[in-house]
Design a protein around this ligand. Structure first.
Ligand code: ASP
Length: 337
């Protein structure tokens, strides 16, 4: 039976936690000709401590993670492609106000919402991203449209919303993204003039491998509570929060975006796998160690060309889950697994 096992080791002065799929059964039979499909998701990292939420809220997060896993797994189980699976998994979380990615996104300092998203196909490293969108209901669909329907990789601001609208995507008033609890978080940050990792968790992401061995990654966020208007984090930046290359790895990151941009986390991980021959969890631990050494926190989900996967983070918790043909699992906190 598969379980989520956790190993912790010190990197950059902070504890990095890695969760990996392990089996208590004898060594598995050699891989069949077709690749096993697998989907790994996150719903953000931050100060998420046991006891910090009610049992009902905790159950709601687990249910939301399972809904996302099932949406992506449905695609992969039917022989669909990794790129469609990560999109489907992210989409359900964008629609769920528990997460900081669509409805339920954090507020900017000006009391509005500016959303970022990116998606990447490991087959040809085609990618699409939007930054600072304010009206498109599902930013990940806008990012996908940029990838599929334009000759560009990234659109920002009003032009990105206009592009999404021209593609026929659902558009909403910016107030659609409002939730009371995120407004309270804004007021708290503005009053205390202190932003913590507790005020931004809920970014969502997914990585997947399909039966053809294709890798894909996707990430969406509302950013950080009380962010300055126009601030863009790592989530829409290919190579920072999102990266996928067949045979190498797929990554989706969450955390204090400025540090993830400075380290180029997602590309660093894939380069270490590709050029140094590291396994995905070791490479992710090294990149997260660089983030930690600079003073940043957060986490990544990674999946390799051989289907090996991991959750690596240096924050107190990360909403996360995995699913494949053998089963599924979810977790929130950084301990007790
Ligand atoms: N990385 C996101 C940003 O900096 C926030 C997060 O993942 O929590 O915009």
């Amino acid at each position: 039976m598969k379980t989520l096992a956790r190993v912790a080791f010190a990197l950059g002065g902070l504890i990095v936690t890695a969760c990996a799929s392990v089996s208590s059964e004898p060594a598995p039979a050699p891989e069949p000709a077709t690749t096993e499909w697998r989907l790994v998701i996150h719903g953000g990292a931050g100060v998420i401590l046991p006891g910090s939420m009610t049992p009902e809220t905790e159950a709601a997060y687990i249910a939301a993670l399972n809904t996302s896993l099932e949406a992506g797994a449905e695609v992969l189980r039917a022989g669909g492609e990794a790129i469609d699976a990560v999109q489907a998994a992210v989409l359900t979380m964008e629609d769920d106000p528990l997460f900081n990615s669509g409805r339920g996104a954090v507020f900017t300092a000006a009391g509005t919402h500016e959303l970022d998203a990116s998606i990447m196909d490991g087959r040809d490293r085609n990618a699409g991203a939007v930054a600072g969108v304010t009206r498109v209901k599902n930013p990940i669909l806008a990012a996908r449209a940029v990838m599929d329907k334009s000759e560009h990789v990234m659109f920002s601001g009003n032009g990105a919303d206009q592009f999404a609208e021209a593609q026929g995507l659902d558009m909403v008033d910016n107030s659609y993204f409002d939730t009371d609890w995120r407004r309270q978080a804004l007021e708290r940050v503005l009053t205390e003039r202190a932003r913590t990792a507790a005020d931004r968790h809920g970014t969502v992401g997914a990585v997947a491998i399909d039966r053809f061995g294709n890798l894909a990654a996707a990430t969406t966020t509302g950013g950080m509570t009380a962010k300055a208007e126009g601030r863009v984090g790592d989530s829409p930046i290919i190579g920072a929060a999102t990266y996928a290359e067949n045979g190498v790895c797929a990554v989706s990151a969450t955390g204090h975006g400025e540090y993830f941009i400075r380290v180029g986390v997602a590309k660093t991980i894939c380069d270490r796998v590709k050029l140094a021959g590291e396994d995905v969890k070791t490479a992710a631990g090294t990149a997260l160690g660089e983030v930690a050494a600079l003073g940043g926190d957060g986490g990544v989900i990674v999946i390799g060309g051989n289907g090996e996967y991991g959750f690596v983070f240096n924050s107190a918790g990360m909403y996360r889950g995995w699913i494949d043909a053998s089963g599924s699992g979810t977790a929130i906190y950084g301990e007790g697994e």
